[in-house]
Design a protein around this ligand. Sequence first.
Ligand SMILES: *Cc1c(COP(=O)(O)O)cnc(C)c1O
Length: 410
Amino acid sequence: MEEFPTFVTHLECSYTGKIYPADQLHGLSEAGKPLLVRYDLDALSKAVNKEDLIGRLPELWRYREFLPVRRSENVMRLGELMTPLLPANKLQEEYGCGEILIKDEGRLPTGSFKARGLTMAVSMAKELGVECMAMPTNGNAGAALAAYCSRANIDTYVFCPEDTPRVNVEEIAFQGAKTFLANGFINDCGRIVGEGKETMGWFDTSTLKEPYRIEGKKTMGLELAEQLGWEVPDVILYPTGGGTGLIGMWKAFDELEAIGWIGSKRPRMVAVQADGCAPIVKAFEEGTRHAELWQDAHTIAAGIRVPAAVGDFLILDAVRDSGGFAVAVSDKAINDAHQHCAKTEGILLCPEGAATLAALKQELANGRIKKDEKVLLFNCATGLKYPMVSDHYTIDLNQPIDYDFIRACD
Ligand SMILES: *Cc1c(COP(=O)(O)O)cnc(C)c1O
């Protein structure tokens, strides 16, 4: 069995800098903050160069030197293919702005970019001998966890807010997780996992409460830099719930610069939230490093309905260091963008992806995004998982076919 050449040296508390040994099971640091995986970047840069990537499969594991899994037999694969960057030329023309690219993450296994984080977390859990994983989820993370755990023979318990999209609840249960609906929010479901993990023997796989989901999400930054010829866009709009992707991409850019694959230019990172649940936006505007719990969270974009994020300071630090900002959009603007993108570009976004388009439109209008900036939007999941309001008509085949009626329909 092929060994992966890995360069992990240790883990580090993202808040205090305290060092933890690699190759052991870890949750949060003693300070209760996320742990980040650190690599010997010097050795890494000697072991691989950009050209080596060219001959590898177009999938997430092409970046294996940047990833923590040591033994290839532990890698749980479901086909984590590179996702396309789709130009949105008609929207660009309509808004009179710079290039718009949409990274379509809906092509990944289980239909969302949660697969990136969970393929890594579950592979590492396998490597470290975990037998049972548990998590709170608004839907997509649970689906990815269920799928990878079934493949890895790991038992799974998943807790969802009772109004989690039905298709997510069904796919989680269908893919083998023990699935529970609870009358609260994702942070309430997180409490079930946190308080029960000792008694139940669970490994807590909540967002940022284990170190490896970030490493999986980091591949979004590696991949888009490679796709853009080792350049970064001017602005990245990221629909932000727990913020794993934003934090992961930020880490990827640092690692790439450290080994000289990209320069010091960074994209401006824009955290997009819904105005019914915008704790990061509030903290950004108030100039604080941590966000307060958001009361009565509501939005149609379930993936970003996260009232409290453990990595709040990591999101806010990245947004501020990059010269970006955090912004909220309304559900109405999300719905309009969702429909508009499908009809003009033929790209079926998820509501969270539509939130980034709504934010782009809003921020071009008020000038926080400049008309000459190259912008990257994230579509995090396949639009097919979500309700679509549509107009259609019925035909009674027991009657003569009425083409005048068909012509009159629009
Ligand atoms: C999880 C999720 C998000 C938020 O991603 P984070 O990296 O946790 O902030 C956005 N959209 C969808 C569809 C999601 O499933």
